[in-house]
Design a protein around this ligand. Sequence first.
Ligand SMILES: *Cc1c(COP(=O)(O)O)cnc(C)c1O
Length: 369
Amino acid sequence: MENVLDTIEEITLMGPGPSCVHPSVLTALSKSTLGHLDPSFISIMDEIKTLMRGLLHTGNQLTMPVSGTGSAGMETAFVNLVEKADKVLVLINGVFGMRMQDVAGRLGADVDTLAFEWGTPVVVDDVKTALAKKDYDLVAVVHAETSTGVENPVAEIGALLKDKKAIFLVDAVTSFGGMEIRMDDWGIDALYSGTQKCLSCPPGLAPLSFSDKAVEKLKNRTDKVPNWYLDLTMLMNYWDGATRAYHHTAPINMLYGLYQALYLIHEEGETAVYQRHRDNHTLLVKGLAELGIDMLVDSACRLPMLNSVNIPEGADDAAVRSTLLKEYKIEMGAGLGPLAGKIWRIGLMGHTARPENVEKLLAALKALL
Ligand SMILES: *Cc1c(COP(=O)(O)O)cnc(C)c1O
């Protein structure tokens, strides 16, 4: 019988995630599996927490990766922080804001939304008006909206929530590791991410951090967290303290991968990593302009790691993407929702954000269009 893994080809992942995995992360994944309570493994867990706090610019004690992809991080944040009938405000300008609304609604929260046109950012004044009308328990926003390529003004929204009772929850799945996040300075109370976007790691873990205010809210719940696997009150006893208690078996080798991914960013230097993302973005935008392809999002709020481009007139959306994959071994993302058939999404996340990849894609598009 043929081993199907032998058929895997190397694809340059230039879509909305997963992104290219750094070879040293793949090596880390193949190291010997340790026991989940082995003291050497616990040291690795502690190092992961330290590196995460550094990159998030936070002193939050509760900082750890959750088992599961970015959506598990989203689920964990909401299920721990939201109680039935809590007043929740979700700011929506893309797919992931909509997913937050769905998750919060399933928990029995009283969910209000503020919607903004896809491809444009959340308008801070509108948020201010909504906050003046109602006293919310939680306000949620996506930092880097991967479905459109827009950066939302997280720091400004955080400033509006200063001294308010609301917990400020931020989706940093695509921003973490690709652009600056200052969790404490920006007043973020709860944040989650994923490993397969700008961390150059395969999918499988969701880095998460809660402020003391968020932990207080969790501790003061009247009911138990309605999800056993993602209950942080129990997970904390495995991730923190002098003695560690079994909850579920940690995905040991995935955690090696995350450690290596965070170590790589530390080694290259945080500012150098963000600059590399911006430089490759600039190179891409310039090259696309020469091909007559323009960007969906205004330059003021454009993400460096997710580039939404208007599909040029006459180009066959699906055919171009499929030829790109089959013949050039490059994956590029399609548009979603109202932007389906209108845009392509070009990811420059983590290890993907290198000039050789930008040039390879530009040459392929030139030949194809
Ligand atoms: C990818 C993504 C998610 C979901 O992560 P999965 O790893 O697919 O579960 C959530 N939010 C944003 C902004 C994302 O880009």
